[in-house]
Design a protein around this ligand. Structure first.
Ligand code: ITT
Length: 181
């Protein structure tokens, strides 16, 4: 049994789909922890995990994710949550009018096994769509088209998204580690 700490139901649905497929049971700890403001997704993920070790006990993981948009000098990255809450997907589309649309989505998992923190990263290249496509409306998914797909991540099933997403890739690395540990 492994614990996943997050306030985000969509994240849990995605990680649970992959863990189940690999025969691993998980419990969702629905907790909004305070995120340190750091300039990298790795640091935020690591520090958030480190602060929870005494509270949650062993065998838990969490992850921090962010979208990096080339035409915005790779912003918002570690500020993705704030930008989503403020200008949102509509604001991003406005900023990108007439600009290059490449973007990279990153997820960094931090796992506390009771002794140390280990990190597993996943990255997915993609493009920002020209408009918002509602479906499974998780964060930037209504405007993010992952490489190899012809529609936004919001229009993919959880399984389809996991096959190409930053979170899916980070999870595969993490599961590989768990199986060999
Ligand atoms: P936690 O409690 O796990 O921290 P959160 O929603 O605050 O949940 P993050 O800080 O990692 O998660 O996410 C930063 C922003 O990126 C936030 O607005 C999310 O909705 C969005 N996001 C994260 N993963 C995403 C994904 O796979 N697809 C689309 N948007 C995503």
């Amino acid at each position: 049994m492994i614990k996943f700490v997050s306030s985000n139901r969509h994240k849990f649905e995605e990680i649970d789909e992959i863990l189940r497929k690999n025969g691993i049971e998980s419990t969702w700890i629905n907790l909004k922890y305070e995120e340190v403001q750091e300039d990298s997704i790795e640091k935020i993920s690591w520090e958030s995990c480190n602060r929870l070790t005494s509270k949650i006990g062993s065998n838990f993981f969490l992850e921090d994710s962010g979208i990096l948009i080339e035409a915005l000098n790779w912003f918002p990255g570690p500020y993705s949550s704030y930008i989503q809450r403020t200008i949102g997907n509509e604001g991003i589309l406005k900023l990108l009018e007439g600009k290059k649309r490449n973007a990279t989505f990153v997820t960094v998992i931090s796992y506390w096994d009771g002794e140390q923190i280990m990190q597993f990263k996943g990255k997915t290249e993609g493009v920002i769509a020209n408009s918002i496509f509602h479906g499974r409306d998780f964060g930037y998914d209504p405007i993010f088209i992952p490489e190899g797909k012809s529609k936004t991540a919001s229009l993919l099933s959880i399984e389809e998204k996991n096959e190409v997403s930053q979170r899916g890739k980070a999870m595969i690395r993490f599961i590989e580690y768990l199986k060999n540990a």
